[in-house]
Design a protein around this ligand. Structure first.
Ligand SMILES: *Cc1c(COP(=O)(O)O)cnc(C)c1O
Length: 413
């Protein structure tokens, strides 16, 4: 892994320390938008006529409008410290690419972004944002890499996938000594950087004597959910939690790795450049349908989140994009802000849980991570309003197909 990642990030990847201090330079950068607000959604509660108390932690106030700079900034910082000059990465909806591009401006790093082709075409403004930060953006699969050329030859019309884009970014990083690769989700160190949100939420909820009965977040690779949930899961596992909190990880029915995938050893990327990781996966060859929630289209899931789900500590749930965006529309009318399509999946779970409380009459406390705003995603909401969305649900035979190929490739499992 040393040619790919900064040493300090690898140290964090395998550390057994309970906590790692945030470097002063990173805190100084965080001060631009952290701590992020924790907001009680009183108007949504009234609209739903629920006795539940709904709190959301809003990460949309960061420069790029999501939780992703929470890890982009420390990753860029540690790379800069080690003399790295350039970072390559992949991006789906453009959230990660823009966040790393922003972090690059803070520590004077060049950023090269492989953007999933379908998003490159559907989300032109994220691309402009990355270029404003000075990054180079390449639609993936591209002809710049061997992996890209191989895939384009076989599937010239492919919409691309995160798995393919990761392979390209890793291949490109390996070509140059002063270039490293940066990943926006899935890995242990990324999940740990995100726990700044859960730690803030603990402090903020503490000031109003609240403790969540339910913690909710959407999951693509698992980082924003881990961020808000881990500090609470830690308390629960150490027997220090005052409540038997439930942790709900929400994914898309178009890419249901936790709820319909299997817990197997698989690669993190389509080109099989990464080591095998045990995780809930749909198979590294899986290419999801073109849904708007680009950040929820990853074939696998963070190994840590997978393990917690396997132990029943995290409960997975999946919704289709129509249900999700409909919930977002309800939220918008009540609370004013428009969630990202990914976040909309968490909003749907939040509303369902609040409605459940209405039926049972229980005044539960719900904490939801609002991973980002949707102001670059108006084409998704336009399609929703015009009735043009498909309620994609991945058919079982497609899952069986990619998983049986994976099991044939690695018959030890
Ligand atoms: C990237 C992204 C996600 C999904 O990624 P995770 O690592 O699972 O958090 C969710 N919401 C938003 C707004 C994103 O940008």
């Amino acid at each position: 892994m040393l040619p790919i990642f900064a040493k300090e990030l690898l140290r964090q990847e395998v550390t057994e320390k309970r906590s790692i201090d945030i470097p002063e330079e990173v805190r100084e950068a965080y001060r631009l938008w952290r701590p992020t607000p924790l907001i009680r959604a009183t108007r949504l509660e009234r609209l739903l006529k629920t006795p539940a108390r709904i709190y959301y932690k809003y990460e949309g106030v960061s420069p790029t409008g999501s939780h992703k700079p929470n890890t982009a900034v420390p990753q860029a910082y540690y790379n800069m410290k080690e003399g790295v000059e350039k970072l390559t990465t992949e991006t789906g909806a453009g959230q990660w690419g823009s966040s790393l591009a922003y972090a690059g401006t803070l520590f004077d790093l060049e950023i090269e972004v492989y953007m999933v082709r379908i998003s490159y075409e559907q989300k032109p403004y994220r691309k402009v944002m990355m270029r404003m930060y000075g990054a180079e953006v390449i639609p993936s699969p591209s002809t710049r890499t061997e992996v890209g050329r191989r895939i384009l030859e076989e599937f010239p019309d492919t919409p691309g996938s995160l798995g393919i884009a990761i392979s390209e970014a890793v291949e490109q990083c390996l070509k140059d000594e002063n270039t490293k690769y940066s990943l926006g989700s899935v890995l242990n160190h990324v999940l740990m950087h995100q726990t700044v949100t859960g730690q803030e939420a603990q402090a903020q909820l503490g000031t109003v004597d609240e403790y969540p009965d339910k913690v909710i977040g959407c999951v693509g690779g698992g980082s924003n959910f881990a961020g808000v949930a881990y500090p609470y899961i830690g308390e629960k596992l150490r027997g220090k939690a005052p409540k038997d909190t439930e942790f709900i990880a929400v994914e898309s029915t178009a890419c249901p790795s936790l709820s319909k995938g299997e817990y197997l050893y698989d690669h993190g990327d389509t080109g099989r450049m990464t080591p095998l990781m045990r995780m809930f996966t749909l198979g590294h060859e899986f290419i999801p349908d073109p849904i708007h929630a680009g950040g929820l289209r990853y074939h696998g899931m963070a190994p840590q989140i997978s393990s917690l789900a396997n132990h029943g500590i995290i409960k997975p749930r999946a919704y289709n994009q129509i249900e999700a965006l409909e919930a977002a529309a309800t939220f918008t009318k009540a609370e004013g802000l428009i969630p990202a399509p990914e976040t909309a999946h968490a909003v749907k779970a939040t509303i369902d849980e609040a409605l459940q409380c209405k039926e049972t009459g229980e005044a539960k406390t719900i904490l939801t991570l609002m991973s980002g705003h949707g102001y670059f995603d108006m084409s998704a909401y336009e399609d929703y309003l015009d009735g043009k969305l498909q309620p994609y649900e991945l058919p079982q035979p497609r899952i069986d197909e990619t998983l049986s190929r994976l099991k044939r490739m690695y018959p030890f499992q």
